[in-house]
Ligand binder design. Sequence first.
Ligand SMILES: [Zn+2]
Length: 108
Amino acid sequence: MTDRIYGGWAGNPRGIAEDKTLCIQNVWGDFGHGHQCSRKRGHGKDGLYCKQHDPERVAAAEEKKDDELNEEMQKSEAVWKRRRILAKMASGITTVELKNYKLVKRKN
Ligand SMILES: [Zn+2]
């Protein structure tokens, strides 16, 4: 296997050779070109990644994010469903009736 090269760009086409003690993840720097992750490797497949870039951890984190998003979506969907049902229910009731209902409830 050939060595990995990091940060190859127009001003430095040969980039920087892989440091074999460090995580292989390419991370994006401030200048728009990548460089090798600066954390020690030892995690993930063949121990090539740091703890943060361990592909299993990354995948798990993404799945968790998906789950959270799905939950959020389901929640807001439930809210809209409820609003639609309430709107339907209330559509046969006049505004005056709704106001009266509120007043009755307040007395309790
Ligand atoms: Zn890393």
